[in-house]
Design a protein around this ligand. Structure first.
Ligand code: SF4
Length: 162
């Protein structure tokens, strides 16, 4: 369910009505728009909703790889390649100009799958880093296109966003 200022008062009612279904909340985030839900803004900064239970498997993955960019590649309808469907500012080239392997070899892509939390300032010393999911595209939007940026974490900011 996508939460915005237009439906924020219906969230509880919808949860109640569809009890038993696996409803996940997604948000319009407060980045250059006025449509986000002020009522739910603390939840957007609450990373605990994105924590996975640490295990050997999650340690193996999160200590080396980015939770999204690992094993993912997006191709737009016009043939442009991206590390994921949301990361439209990280174009890796076009399959019209190169074949897929060439486009990947000649691009920045080699680094993106390895953009783990150990490379992000603030996260690299956080005890939650091997079980915390994030969205680089979202963080880029909030940090002037910094692929290493981190904005949506109350733990890191040390306060709750009001
Ligand atoms: S500092 Fe980084 S790793 Fe730690 S909870 Fe926040 S986003 Fe997750």
């Amino acid at each position: 369910m996508l939460v915005s200022k237009f439906n924020e008062d219906n969230v509880n009612q919808i949860f109640e009505k569809f009890k038993g279904f696996n409803i996940r909340l997604e948000f319009i985030y407060p980045i250059k728009n006025d449509f986000y839900s002020k009522k739910y803004v603390n939840l957007m900064y609450d990373k605990s909703k994105d924590f996975v239970k640490p295990s050997l498997c999650s340690f193996e993955k999160f200590s080396k790889y980015n939770n999204c960019y690992k094993n993912v590649l997006a191709v737009s309808c016009d043939g442009l390649l991206y590390p994921c469907i949301m990361s439209r500012k990280l174009c890796l080239g076009s399959i019209k100009d190169f074949n897929l392997c060439e486009a990947l070899i000649n691009s920045e892509n080699e680094g993106y799958p390895f953009l783990c939390r150990n490379k992000i300032e603030g996260c690299k010393t956080c005890h939650k880093r091997y079980g915390c999911l994030d969205c680089r595209a979202l963080e880029m939007s909030a940090t002037e296109d910094n692929v290493y940026g981190m904005n949506f974490c109350a733990l890191l900011k040390g306060y709750r966003h009001e």
